[in-house]
Design a protein around this ligand. Structure first.
Ligand code: GDP
Ligand code: MG
Length: 403
């Protein structure tokens, strides 16, 4: 090959290489342009399908749950409830412990036994337990103080524990250790179990019904909630919000429906129709919400008696249980309410709400001792999972304080 030829070949190869480089640069530039225009589109907020997976899933809200008002709350497709750290009974009773045993403990700083006893007496009488229960506990402390020259706070504490357990055990033991609401409501072989819920305004009836319903639905039961508070205009809507939440908690076969007929002002009619519907449509539970009323309003108490009676026309044994909802903060007044409602209706259980943050949790002991009805559930917050079955030994340990 001549020198001229090889120079020509080198030139040609160099030219081809340059051309190749130019093509690669052009392709790279056009790719980066495309990417840029995509990201601009995103930042302008255009709804591109590629963006959807990046957005966090919103938590289910009551309005997003498919429901029908009377015809039934359809089963929600979202089955999980947001799980979060929840308070337990022990935490909820911290203030009660401080108000009760904390003060007794401090009374022991007195050197003289008589002064201790006076101080303890004062603590007990201001602790919302009610006089009968106070006397039982006082007898315990007194006998400990007089029995031993060396009476110590620990001796008194274990005597108090024994006395409290003696009060609670006979009434509570049938339900002891039950962790699920359905175990408290003994469902009959056939037909629905009917639970009637009563109490004064603002005690937490509707809220507690929502929480109970959520637990039953999550255990695959079919629950019909009846809007028997026909007195307050907003009551049905509030119950609906709660049944929507409860429906959201249901899984598998569980379902929640609300019976909320428009324009019905008669709670007996609502109760009658709801039980009839539940019986014919194979519901497992009916829970009847009622209008709040004071135990002193005789005509309203009569109305409740009638509501109770009409349900028995559909199912002889209905309502199978009647529970009163008591606000723990109302202290001694809660005892009065329980007494009067029990006389009028014959109660089977208590739901003690707002135990979170109250210093008056001693009311559980007072109710059990003086009214003789068991505390079934305790409300320890406003969320749907803030309802616990009542464990009386945990309760006693909590108000006497773990050391
Ligand atoms: N902190 C707390 N609040 C509660 C509890 N139970 C109910 N509540 C609140 O008490 C208020 C009245 O409840 P509601 O169910 O409407 O009472 P009702 O009139 O008896 O039906 C609402 O603001 C509830 O959120 C509870 O256990 N703890
Ligand atoms: Mg209500």
């Amino acid at each position: 090959m001549s020198e001229a030829h090889s120079n020509q070949m080198l030139f040609l190869l160099g030219f081809i290489g340059l051309l190749f480089l130019v093509v690669i640069v052009v392709i790279a530039l056009s790719q980066s342009k495309k990417r840029k225009s995509k990201s601009e589109l995103k930042s302008e907020g255009s709804v591109s399908p590629a963006r959807l997976p990046e957005a966090p899933e919103p938590l289910p809200t009551s309005s997003s749950i498919p429901t029908a008002v009377v015809a039934g709350v359809a089963k929600s497709e979202t089955v999980s409830v947001a799980v979060e750290a929840e308070p337990n009974l022990h935490q909820a009773l911290r203030k009660t412990e401080e108000n009760f045993f904390g003060r007794i403990r401090r009374a022991f700083s007195q050197a003289d036994k008589k002064a201790v006893l006076e101080e303890v007496e004062e603590v007990l009488y201001t602790s919302d337990l009610g006089p009968t229960t106070v006397q039982k506990l006082l007898d315990t402390v007194e006998s400990e103080l007089s029995g031993s020259e060396m009476a110590k706070i620990d001796t008194v504490k274990s005597s108090l524990r024994r006395t409290m357990l003696e009060i609670l055990e006979p009434v509570q033991s049938a339900d002891h250790g039950k962790v699920k609401v359905a175990e408290l409501l003994k469902k009959p072989e056939s037909g629905p179990f009917v639970l009637m819920v009563v109490g004064v305004n603002g005690a937490g009836k509707t809220t507690s019904i929502g929480k109970i319903t959520a637990q039953l639905a999550s255990q695959n039961y079919r629950v019909l909630v009846a809007a028997g508070d026909t007195f307050r205009a907003a009551a049905g809507g509030q119950l609906k919000t709660w049944t929507d939440r409860a429906s959201n908690a249901s899984s598998g076969e569980g379902a929640v429906e609300i019976y909320w007929p428009e324009n019905t002002k008669d709670p007996s009619a609502v109760a009658f129709d709801a039980v009839t519907k539940a019986k014919s449509q194979g519901f497992d539970f009916v829970i009847l919400d009622t209008a709040g009323r004071l135990h002193t309003q005789a005509h309203l108490m009569d109305e409740l008696k009638k509501v109770k009676r009409v349900m028995a026309k559909v199912i002889e044994s209905a309502p199978h249980e009647t529970w009163i909802v008591l606000d723990a903060n109302s202290g001694q007044n809660a005892l009065m309410q329980a007494k009067e409602f029990h006389q009028a209706l014959g109660l089977n259980g208590v739901v003690l709400t707002k135990m979170d943050g109250t210093a008056k949790g001693g009311v559980a002991l007072g109710v059990v001792d003086q009214i003789g009805i068991p505390v079934k559930l305790v409300g320890i917050g406003e969320k749907i999972n803030h309802l616990k079955t009542f464990d009386y030994s945990e309760y006693v340990d909590s108000i006497l304080g773990h050391e």
